[in-house]
Design a binder for this molecule. Structure first.
Ligand SMILES: [Zn+2]
Length: 318
C-alpha cells in the first residue's frame, strides 16, 4: 500500500503544507496565510482541515497516511508535543498541540511537532549541504538566529527540546541592545538582521554620520538591504556593522567548534544575501583563532523554498 506523509511549516505570516509519497517525493503543496488573532485551538483546527483538504485532493485515506510532521517557530517540549511559547504567534502558548491534533485524526496517524530550525537542520542534513557529514550545526541567520544540532546523525534536542537556541548565548552581559528574549548582550543582538539595525539606529541617534538614513528615507526604514547598499558604497558605519557581525559570528562558531568539534557548519536564512560582504571574513577570522589544520567546512544551505515542509515531513523518518 502506498504511504503518504504531510509536512507542515508554520510561520508567522504563512503556513505551507506538502504531501509526500512513500519515496519522499513532494507530490503537492498548499499554502495559506497564518492568522495570529486565532486562539491556539482554532489555529490547530485550521491546520487539521488544511491537511484533510490536501489528502482529499489526492484521494488519500487516513489509513494511507503515515503521519504529519509540523515545524513551528516555537519553544517545543518535543516529547510531550507541547508548544510552550511562540514569539510570532503569541496564542500558540502552553498548548498541547500534538494531543489536540491527534484527536482530529484516527489512531494510526502519528503527529510530531518540533522547532522549525530543527526541521530545517534535518532537511539540510538529509537532503542539502549536510549530506555525508556525521556532525553538523545548522545556523539560520535572519531576523533572529536559530540553530539545529546534528550529533552522530541524530538531531540533538536536549533535556526539554530547547537545544539550538545558541543565538541567545550571552556574550556581553548588560552591554549592547536588548534582545527579544529580555536579556541584554545576546550573541544574536550583534548579528541578527533585526538587531544589527537597532545598533545602527543607536549610532545614528548619537549623531554619527551614515548614508543609510538617506538611502532608506529615514533611520526607521533602514533594513539589511540598506546595509548592503551602503557597504558597497564604502559607508563607514555600514563597514563597521558588517565587520562587527563577522567578528561575533567567528567567535561564536569558534567557541562551538572547540566545545563540540563539529566539522560542518551550514548557514541559512535571509542574511545569506549579504554573501561575500560577510562570510569570507567570518571564515578568515575563524581560521585565525583555529591553529589546528584539520578540515572544517562552512557551507551555504542548499535547499530552496521547500526546506520547511521537507524537514517537517522528515520528523516521521527518525
Ligand atoms: Zn536573546
Amino acid at each position: 500500500m502506498d504511504e503518504y506523509t504531510i509536512g507542515v511549516d508554520v510561520g508567522g505570516t504563512k503556513i505551507a503544507y506538502g504531501l509526500f509519497d512513500s519515496g519522499s517525493h513532494l507530490i503537492d503543496r498548499y499554502q495559506e496565510p497564518s492568522d495570529a488573532s486565532l486562539s491556539g485551538e482554532a489555529f490547530l483546527d485550521g491546520i487539521a482541515s488544511s491537511c484533510r483538504h490536501l489528502l482529499d485532493r489526492h484521494r488519500v485515506t487516513e489509513e494511507q497516511l503515515r503521519g504529519i510532521g509540523i515545524g513551528v517557530p516555537s519553544y517545543v517540549l518535543y516529547d510531550e508535543g507541547m508548544l510552550v511559547k511562540t514569539v510570532s504567534l503569541p496564542n500558540l502558548r502552553n498548548l498541547r498541540a500534538r494531543d489536540y491534533l491527534a484527536g482530529k485524526f484516527g489512531h494510526g496517524v502519528r503527529i510530531l511537532l518540533d522547532n522549525d530550525t530543527n526541521t530545517a537542520a534535518l532537511a539540510e542534513y538529509r537532503h542539502g549541504a549536510g549530506r555525508g557529514s556525521r556532525h553538523m550545526l545548522y545556523c539560520a541567520v535572519s531576523t533572529g538566529i536559530g540553530n539545529g544540532l546534528i550529533i552522530d546523525g541524530h538531531l540533538f534536542r536536549g533535556a526539554h527540546g530547547f537545544a539550538g537556541e545558541g543565538g541567545h548565548m550571552i556574550i556581553t552581559p548588560g552591554e549592547g541592545v536588548k534582545c527579544g528574549c529580555g536579556n541584554v548582550g545576546c550573541f544574536m543582538s550583534y548579528c541578527s538582521g533585526l538587531l544589527i539595525v537597532k545598533h545602527i539606529q543607536n549610532h545614528i541617534a548619537a549623531g554619527e554620520p551614515t548614508m543609510m538614513t538617506d538611502l532608506a528615507g529615514g533611520a526607521d526604514n533602514i533594513t539589511c538591504l540598506t546595509l548592503a547598499q551602503a557597504f558597497d558604497q564604502g559607508d563607514a558605519m555600514a563597514t563597521w556593522a558588517i565587520d562587527q557581525m563577522a567578528r561575533y559570528l567567528a567567535v561564536w562558531f569558534y567557541n562551538l567548534y572547540v566545545l563540540l568539534d563539529i566539522d560542518c557548519y551550514v548557514l541559512g536564512g535571509g542574511m545569506l544575501n549579504l554573501g561575500d560582504r560577510l562570510f569570507p571574513r567570518v571564515r578568515e577570522l575563524f581560521d585565525q583563532y583555529n591553529d589546528i589544520e584539520l578540515p572544517v567546512h562552512f557551507k551555504q544551505a542548499e535547499l530552496k523554498n521547500d526546506f520547511g515542509i521537507i524537514g517537517a515531513a522528515d520528523l516521521l523518518c527518525q
